[in-house]
Design a binder for this molecule. Sequence first.
Ligand code: DHB
Ligand code: MG
Length: 216
Amino acid sequence: MSESATLVTAEHFRYIAQRTVQEDDFLKDLRRAAKAAGIPPIAISAEQGSFLQILLRLCRAREVIEVGTLAGYSALWMARALPPGGRVRTIEVEPRHAAFAREWAAKSDAAGKIEVHLGPGQTVLAGFAADSADAAFLDADKANYGLYLKESLRIVRPGGLVLVDNAFAFGQLFDKHPSDREAPAVQAFNEVMAREKALQSIIVPIGDGCWVGVKL
Ligand code: DHB
Ligand code: MG
């Protein structure tokens, strides 16, 4: 670590969160309803939602792809940062989750901007055209992150973004014997991402660590 770096603590993260856009009532209701419907209570934080919106606005994104819809919480954050006619194509393998996300997207203020594609990430991504997206957000099964990265590099245009969640492996990045069965896949993926020549990338310590890569 360079001497100019400050060791960021939980207090800093609270400080950041308190100075960031908060989730609105609709997003709160969506999370509550998802939990009540038995969908795993996993969602990005509001500060990560705001961060994604800032990145999408910076690259003037119109077309976003996402792998791992779950309840559609992050898709809605992202869709709200797109101009009229913009679209998030989000991929979900679990039919119950996809149905929930479709229902909530339809009654949101971003209705018409979110397309839920049901199927395995790899299969659905293969059907998306090259250079057809401005940004990709990967937030699904970690063992397939490498495959999703490869497809994203084909689908995202030069100058576009490849964003990947959970770079800190659920807080178990440095564990030799992590309890989470997906943590080793994240550890391995991080090395692949760091070496990927088609991207200039960095891990931003927001949420559980978010890779931000610009396609060169
Ligand atoms: C968990 C969190 C995530 O962001 C994710 O993509 C998968 C799992 C978790 O906390 O278990
Ligand atoms: Mg995640």
